[in-house]
Design a protein around this ligand. Structure first.
Ligand code: FES
Length: 340
């Protein structure tokens, strides 16, 4: 028997990972990690520890009563953490804030290894984490303290979880606090990070995926694609990457590399600028092949600025497109992302 990683996603966007030893219940593993998940009886009677399992395999046993968890609730993915023994890595949504559970996000230090400008539009920031490689779900973000400013900015990982070398794709904003710092940041500089955070992450992959990226909203998809490639996913994945100007189109070579590594991966790029010479102009919704929505049997992930998110939602509504699931993250520079 093995031990498994369990991601606990709290209502306030904080994620903490705990390790369940072989046969160990989630509530006990969390307690060992000094995380007080909601509980009362710890015996399968009260239902206080009810959470939602978002992915993973597990055994609930038969030592709990129907008042605590009905058959219908069980079938819909609800679990009792005082009974739940993981049989794979799992993700659990906890209906309480991290502070109520006497925890918060982790902080960790890292060293700058590379700052690379891409056109005049974006910056790739690579860091080496000083201690243990951060654990996160592909698609999640961290807060990075901007040295000397007393401020932080939020960025999605563009690298895959479990690596000490981590990377971010950062929109270049003239006068922006992070952009300004990065202009002179050198390898060896130290930064502090806290996280992971956010509910925009790749769920269990059970049907075709449609990824819609706006600008540097590409970052979380690079992390997801890397995870899909490492797990030899055979699932259909179509990415549409939309930007405002030609020069905003960065890291296309990184996307292209996944065509060779993922047998059912396709992508296209779209530029909104009417003056662009790009072969596909306009919005991502104007270049969305019917196959990519697969009659609704598709999980859609969307990360981009608020107008793009709103436009895609309106397009889906207007065209009667009802995907199996729709996960989105709105981001604006200097504002913490909001996910749904
Ligand atoms: Fe009472 Fe789990 S704590 S059912």
């Amino acid at each position: 028997m093995s031990s498994y990683n369990v991601a606990l996603n709290f209502e306030d966007g904080v994620t903490r990972f705990v390790t369940c030893k072989a046969g160990e219940k989630v509530l006990d593993a969390a307690f060992r990690a000094k995380i007080n998940l909601p509980m009362d009886c710890s015996d399968g009677v009260c239902g206080t520890c009810k959470c939602r399992a978002e992915s993973g395999r597990y055994d609930l046993g038969d030592d709990y009563i129907d008042d605590a968890l009905t058959e219908d609730e069980k079938d819909s993915g609800l679990v009792l953490t005082c009974q739940m023994v993981p049989q794979s890595d799992c993700v659990i949504a906890v209906p309480a804030s991290s502070t109520v559970c006497k925890t918060g996000h982790s902080t960790f230090a890292a060293t700058v290894t590379k700052v690379e400008a891409h056109n005049d539009a974006a910056i790739v920031l690579e860091l080496q984490v000083d201690e243990a490689a951060p654990v996160f779900l592909p698609g999640q973000y961290v807060n990075i303290d901007v040295p000397g400013s007393g401020q932080h900015r939020s960025y999605s990982f563009s690298s895959a979880p479990g690596e000490a070398a981590i990377s971010f794709l950062i929109k270049k904003i003239p006068g922006g606090v992070m952009s300004t710092w990065l202009e002179s940041a050198q390898p060896g500089a130290k930064v502090e990070l806290s996280g992971p955070l956010g509910s925009f992450y790749l769920r269990a992959v059970e049907r075709p995926l449609l990824f819609l990226a706006g600008g540097t909203g590409l970052a979380p998809f690079l992390s997801m694609l890397e995870v899909l490639a490492r797990t030899n996913s055979q699932q259909k994945v179509h990415l549409i990457y939309g930007v405002t100007r030609d020069l905003d189109l960065v890291q296309v070579e990184a996307i292209e590399a996944y065509v060779a590594r993922l047998p059912n991966f396709t992508y296209s790029t779209v530029v909104a600028d009417a003056q662009s010479g790009h072969p596909r102009k306009g919005w991502v919704t104007q270049h969305m092949p019917a196959e990519s929505v697969n009659d609704g049997d598709v999980d859609v992930y969307l990360c981009g600025p608020p107008p793009m998110v709103d436009a895609v939602r309106q397009y889906f509504d207007a065209n009667g497109i009802k995907p199996n699931s729709f996960h989105y993250e709105k981001f604006t520079p200097n504002v913490v992302p909001r996910a749904a």
